[in-house]
Design a protein around this ligand. Structure first.
Ligand code: HEC
Ligand code: HEC
Ligand code: HEC
Ligand code: HEC
Length: 448
């Protein structure tokens, strides 16, 4: 926690620089966050409650319920990830999906082009909107995407359960290749995923992140000691190691989308497949929130001034006794604008903050769907030319290479869960590149 104090001081210094030349944004409550973070107040947090003695074993700590008596506020807010909150683009729901069962918004129905773009890969079988942490285990158990329990590897649990911390401690990297049925338990994402079982301090529990950080490829931030690295354990792009099935972040050549594509070109990765319609080798990208927010050729203002994931998604709350604590209800930041955004944007007011954000998201949302559909058209056209023999040899390879690259760029933004909010300039840049490639590819195959 000391590290966080240091981090927020430097974030605050960065804020001063920004705010001193910015008069349309108020810096009134930039202090709120700082004040609650003095060590005195941290002790206040547990005043009157049972002092946390720590857990003897990791296994005891894997059950989040066991933490409740010591940290009732955090526990209550963690449990509340069960509630669905609908914003225009997020919150576990999606306004556009009205009429669908909110519990399980089916992406394949909502966005028909996905079936073409993911043809030949499990995502064409089942793809639902993501939702709160409490559902992570249920959702991986239920998915149509994975084979039967005795065939799927334990690695599918990697980002879904506190049990992983216990079992990796026991089996080391042998854990990831074990059968799912043998290791699946009852604990979803919880306290032990981000906290030390002995003293509850904030802790990264997944060593694959340390491996990824060792590439030293961050350019925009210094990741060392950041508390939002807890999110980078899971909200990042990854594939499974070919031998151990352990998650690997493709960060060996950098964190931009181009750099990650370069990493994929070193060897065929677990989430790559030969596209059923075009035969191109394509990759399935997974939710690169951390990379898009902090990195990219374009840098977002919010990362630049020192904000991290927790600033917007874990805002400060107060209980009935006036005790301040950090929200553990991870959801859309647009449902907590007073606590998450007012310290800088109060002068805009709540409605305006939401309107400005959704206007930014709307442009990315429209573009990612339009390009998703254009990609599907290109795939179908390429498949036809391939089948009727109009396209073969070098030309076919060239067209497949275009498909591979365009799909990589489009998917990187499509699967990122903020609909561009986290870094809208970068989202547009990457999508524009995808579209240009698709147009080039179309022009090329139409000439044949
Ligand atoms: C400046 C505030 C801010 C920061 C910092 C931030 N986010 Fe977000 N995040 C948002 C907003 C706003 C949305 C869009 C919510 C919506 O569409 O309703 C969002 C959406 C999301 C979503 C999808 C949530 C949903 O309801 O659909 C996830 C997951 C997410 N962010 C994770 C992260 C991670 C991980 C980080 C750190 C790398 C991060 N965020 C940093 C503001 C922020
Ligand atoms: C996804 C990661 C994550 C999970 C899961 C998580 N925490 Fe936290 N927790 C954090 C982070 C990060 C902070 C520091 C936030 C800050 O200082 O801004 C924190 C802060 C805390 C604090 C410090 C006091 C405060 O200000 O709230 C306590 C106590 C705590 N968490 C308890 C819990 C308990 C109990 C659970 C399970 C019910 C839990 N946490 C689950 C990431 C997590
Ligand atoms: C152990 C892995 C893990 C960690 C650590 C983690 N997340 Fe998540 N997060 C997930 C998974 C998996 C989901 C989707 C669950 C589902 O849909 O069943 C999710 C969902 C979310 C959502 C809701 C998305 C939606 O569409 O409603 C938000 C917001 C979010 N996470 C933010 C964060 C933030 C911020 C942190 C860091 C403090 C964090 N997460 C840490 C795995 C993790
Ligand atoms: C620590 C200060 C800070 C926090 C907290 C913060 N922002 Fe910002 N935000 C800025 C700054 C600085 C800018 C760039 C200057 C400007 O547009 O005022 C900005 C820009 C924006 C913009 C772009 C405005 C435009 O039209 O170009 C949006 C939208 C936005 N923020 C939304 C949010 C939301 C939503 C939250 C909370 C979830 C949030 N911000 C939290 C400081 C902050």
């Amino acid at each position: 926690m000391k590290k966080f104090i240091l981090m927020s001081i430097s974030a605050c210094m960065a804020l001063f620089i920004v705010f001193s030349c910015q008069n349309n944004t108020e810096n009134n409550a930039g202090e709120t966050r700082m004040e609650t973070k003095t060590e005195e107040n941290e002790t206040d947090n547990t005043a009157g409650k049972n002092t946390f003695p720590g857990f003897e074993t990791l296994a005891e700590a894997a059950d989040s319920q066991a933490w409740a008596e010591y940290f009732p506020n955090e526990f209550k807010y963690w449990e509340a990830t069960e509630e669905m909150r609908i914003t225009t683009y997020g919150g576990g729901g999606r306004r556009e999906a009205e009429g669908m069962e909110i519990e399980k918004i089916n992406y394949l129905e909502l966005y028909p082009f996905l079936k073409t773009n993911y043809a030949g890969f499990p995502f064409e079988k089942g793809y639902y909107r993501s939702r709160g942490h409490i559902y992570a285990l249920t959702d991986v158990i239920d998915t149509e995407r994975l084979p039967d329990w005795d065939q799927r590897p334990a690695s599918c649990l990697s980002c879904k359960s506190t049990d992983v911390v216990v079992l990796v401690n026991e089996y080391g990297d042998d854990f990831f290749g074990k059968p799912f049925a043998e290791v699946v338990g009852e604990n979803t994402i919880g306290c032990l995923d981000c906290h030390d079982h002995r003293d509850a301090s904030v802790k990264v529990q997944r060593d694959w992140l340390d491996t990824a950080l060792a590439h030293d490829s961050f350019r925009n931030i210094n990741p060392e000691g950041r508390i939002d690295l807890t999110c980078a354990q899971c909200h990042v792009n990854y594939y499974f190691d070919a031998d151990t099935r352990k998650p690997v972040m493709p960060w060996s050549t950098g964190l931009t989308v181009e750099a990650q594509l370069e990493d994929y070109s070193k060897a065929r990765r677990s989430d790559e497949w030969e596209h059923e319609i075009t035969g191109a080798l394509v990759a399935k990208i997974q939710h690169p929130e951390y990379e898009l927010f902090h990195e990219g050729r374009n840098r977002n203002i919010h990362s630049m001034i020192g904000l991290g994931c927790t600033d917007c998604h874990m805002p400060i709350k107060e209980d009935e006794d006036g005790v301040e604590f950090v929200s553990h209800t991870w959801t859309s930041a647009l449902v907590t604008v007073e606590e998450s955004c007012f310290r800088c944007h109060q002068n805009w007011g709540k409605d305006e903050i939401i309107a400005k954000s959704e206007s930014i998201q709307g442009k990315v949302y429209e573009k990612q769907n339009r390009i998703g559909a254009e990609l599907a058209d290109f795939i179908v056209a390429l498949g036809e030319k391939k089948n009727n023999g109009a396209l073969s040899g070098d030309d076919l390879e060239k067209a497949q290479a275009i498909h591979r690259e365009a799909q990589f760029y489009w998917d990187f933004i499509w699967v990122e869960n903020s609909n561009g909010f986290h870094n809208w300039q970068e989202a547009h840049r990457v999508l524009d590149n995808a579209e240009e490639l698709i147009q080039q590819g179309m022009a090329m195959i139409n000439e044949l």
